[in-house]
Ligand binder design. Structure first.
Ligand SMILES: *Cc1c(COP(=O)(O)O)cnc(C)c1O
Length: 394
């Protein structure tokens, strides 16, 4: 692989995972569409059967396009190795299935991404895994929730929808001496603004659908591991077979090259929108990790090197018809799942149905905002007109 001997992330995103000398000088690793890989000798075939063949053996077990993408993520995350998965959800479920046995206890953060929670409640419990949800702000207090069979602590920071920032070092300090595996969904920060493995976490997870790919045109995930955690993860990954296509690995890799400039702009625009909301009379509270009103803000300041484009804002209560007048008339902030792409998105949310360890107190209108890459002046105009419709229809 090309020497990317810089630890400055903006340089790493441009250079990591490239190997032009292997492809006639062409800069980018091509798309290796393929299932069968031919072996030159019977020795090689037998080595592949035994799992000791050092090269590529079969499409499902990897290809140079996936390896290029994975090398780039591993460099950014400070990981021993990374593995590309078929979706962000597969990047969550593969490590959980790889490390949990029937009879084990899982501590799952109460603010986990909705489908992560669903996987725990509908699949892991069915397989005999005991799941306890914990308050994202619990910190060192997580020790009180440990059981003799606690095998994994799963984190997501900031939390989905409500943005609580977790004290990751405090939780790792409880887990590590007991041999409990820690995993984190790191999608919000992107690999640029937080590197969980450097804080002692064993497994870092991304929905690469979001900032890494950044163009809302594929679904893909990636899991990164320490040297100690990698062999177990790799075995589970191989057995589960939830791998992305080479084409999607290529797309994600292409996204990474501009990740640093994109994320910087998402960050700047989101901060500007959040500051604007802060001054509006409709606003009750901002849920943006870079603002003091966000639970865990101090921890964010200590551990993260930036913020991204996704945040929440809690407004006063409004009737549904007012919300409808605002939402249906937005010019740039469209309604749709996901985030991390070039386009702005806005969604009302109500977290109470997906919380069990904590209680959601706010009964006003909650909006999740994703600041896209449009000119921020247009975004502010759109929001201004939107709030006008909201008030007029109330
Ligand atoms: C979107 C998302 C996922 C799932 O990613 P997909 O690529 O859509 O499967 C996982 N975690 C978080 C925090 C997400 O926002």
């Amino acid at each position: 692989m090309t020497d990317h001997s810089s630890d400055r992330p903006a340089t790493v995103v441009c250079h990591a995972g490239r190997e032009p000398e292997a492809y006639h000088g062409f800069l980018n690793t091509p798309v290796f569409n393929g299932s069968t890989v031919l072996f030159q000798t019977l020795d090689d075939l037998e080595a592949a059967n035994a799992g000791t063949f050092p090269g590529y053996a079969y499409g499902r077990y990897g290809n140079p396009t996936a390896a290029s993408f994975e090398a780039c993520i591993a460099a950014l995350e400070g990981a021993y190795q990374s593995l590309a998965t078929a979706s962000g959800v597969a990047a969550v479920t593969v490590p959980l299935l790889s490390f949990l046995n029937s009879g084990d206890h899982l501590l799952m953060v109460d603010t986990a991404y909705g489908p992560t929670r669903k996987f725990c409640d509908q699949e892991l419990t069915r397989l005999g895994v005991e799941v306890t949800y914990y308050d994202p702000l619990i910190g060192a207090g997580i020790e009180a929730l440990l059981k003799p069979n606690t095998r994994v602590i799963f984190l997501e920071s900031p939390g989905s929808l409500t943005f609580e920032v977790q004290d990751i070092p405090a939780i790792v300090a409880v887990a590590k001496p007991r041999g409990i595996v820690t995993m984190i969904d790191n999608s919000w920060a992107s690999p640029l603004y937080f590197q969980p493995l450097k804080h002692g976490v064993d497994i870092s997870i991304h929905s690469a659908t979001k900032y890494i790919n950044g163009h809302s045109d594929i679904v893909i995930g990636v899991v990164s591991a320490t040297k100690e955690a990698f062999p177990r993860l790799k075995q589970g990954y191989g057995n589960i077979g939830a791998v992305p296509t080479a084409q999607d690995c290529y797309m994600a890799q292409r996204g990474i090259r501009t990740l640093a400039v994109r994320v910087k702009q998402h960050e700047a625009s989101a901060l500007e929108l959040a500051r604007w909301f802060e001054k509006r009379p409709e606003t009750v509270k901002l849920l943006h990790p870079a603002f003091a009103s966000c639970p865990g803000h101090e921890v964010w300041k200590r551990d993260f090197s930036g913020s991204t484009g996704l945040f929440g804002v809690l407004l006063k209560p409004y009737p549904r018809k007012a919300l409808e007048a605002m939402m249906n008339g937005m010019r740039f902030f469209k309604m749709g799942y996901s985030w991390g792409g070039y386009e702005s998105l806005m969604m009302p949310f109500s977290p109470q149905a997906v919380r069990s360890a904590t209680r959601w107190q706010h009964d006003g209108l909650n909006l999740r905002i994703h600041a896209g890459l449009e000119d921020v002046a247009d975004l502010l105009d759109d929001l201004e007109a939107g709030l006008k419709r909201l008030n007029a229809a109330a």
